[in-house]
Design a protein around this ligand. Structure first.
Ligand code: DON
Length: 307
């Protein structure tokens, strides 16, 4: 029997397409000049079925969505206890690029803000690893999560690097606070490289579905990460993944999620389905307007809400 899902996804896209609110990220030209007509969605079931609609082959940089996966890698490489000594798990209530350190112990509030993500990046492989070893480990793992070889968008990387004063500042503050032990500029460059990896919605939905499937990629069958790291990642995605819109997101959509400034959003309903949506225009909180609208609609229609 023909699945009704592709027709449903196409209809869902047409409902949100007229929404012209927001604007693409402005801080680098490559993102500011993105084609704002692009719109795509993909679902990957834990049984490995993949459905997608719209501009599902269009690639864009993964940006902050990478933070969820690099946090998982840091937990695997450094151990959860050590990661928790360096990075908290509380929402910061502030913008993603604020320093937001816990008073007293200087830990970044969570791994989804830049400070926490830069700290997580520094814990990949081991504290004395070279920058190449860390970025290589991250690109390989992201590729296994997506089920195909991914690449860094060098144009995005160079542009982000030109505009990296704030992230460099955060890196040096983290070093001074004793949170990272390696060279700040190298760690920040690596963090920017991880954000510049190109993906499409199908890649992201497979990556999200791997989180839903306790770390096993449901399409390739490969075990990518331990189930307990995945549980930690999904927990932090629930409380901090959509920044200061996390409360509204959990009440309206009801699943762990993570957004990126290029316009991608992933959602993960454990044991069931990984979801990804993409459209470049962002709301004032830095989340894609149409992707958020799509998730809200799909959650209502398909009963994604975990409650
Ligand atoms: O660190 C930055 O500024 C970007 N490269 C990534 C930020 C991002 O995606 C924030 N998310 N909405």
């Amino acid at each position: 029997m023909k699945s009704p899902i592709p027709d449903y996804l196409n209809a869902a896209l047409e409902k949100v397409r007229p929404n012209e609110d927001g604007q693409p990220a402005q801080y680098i030209k490559t993102l500011a000049n993105a084609d704002t007509s692009k719109l795509a969605v993909a679902l990957v079931m834990v049984d490995g079925n993949v459905y997608s609609a719209g501009d599902d082959q269009v690639e864009f940089s993964i940006q902050s969505i990478s933070k969820a996966f690099v946090y998982a890698i840091a937990i695997e490489d450094a151990g959860l206890e050590h990661v928790l000594e360096k990075i908290g798990v509380e929402p910061s209530g502030d913008a993603f690029n604020k320093l937001s350190l816990h008073k007293g112990n200087n830990r970044p509030m969570n791994p989804m803000i830049n400070a926490g993500a830069i700290a997580a990046h520094s814990l990949v492989v081991h504290p004395n690893a070279t920058a190449e070893e860390r970025t290589d480990r991250i690109l390989k793992t992201m590729s296994r999560l997506a089920g195909r070889q991914l690449h860094v968008d060098e144009e995005v990387y160079e542009a982000e690097l030109e505009d990296a004063d704030r992230n460099m500042g955060i890196g040096y503050m983290l070093k001074a606070a004793g949170i990272i032990s390696c060279r700040p500029a190298e760690v920040v460059k690596g963090y920017i490289r991880q954000c510049s990896i190109n993906v499409n919605v199908r890649d992201l939905a497979v990556m999200a579905a791997t989180l839903c499937n306790a770390g096993v990629n449901p399409v390739t069958g490969e075990t990518i990460m331990p189930a307990d790291s995945v549980r930690q990642v999904l927990s932090v995605m629930t409380t901090c993944g959509m920044y200061d819109a996390a409360g509204q997101w959990v009440s309206r959509v009801g699943i762990p999620a993570k957004s990126g400034v290029a316009g991608g959003v992933i959602g993960a309903l454990p044991g069931q389905v990984g979801i990804a949506a993409f459209s470049p225009k962002l709301n004032e909180r830095g989340n894609s307007v149409r992707a958020v609208a799509l998730f809200e609609q799909m959650s209502r229609d398909m009963g994604f809400h975990m409650m």
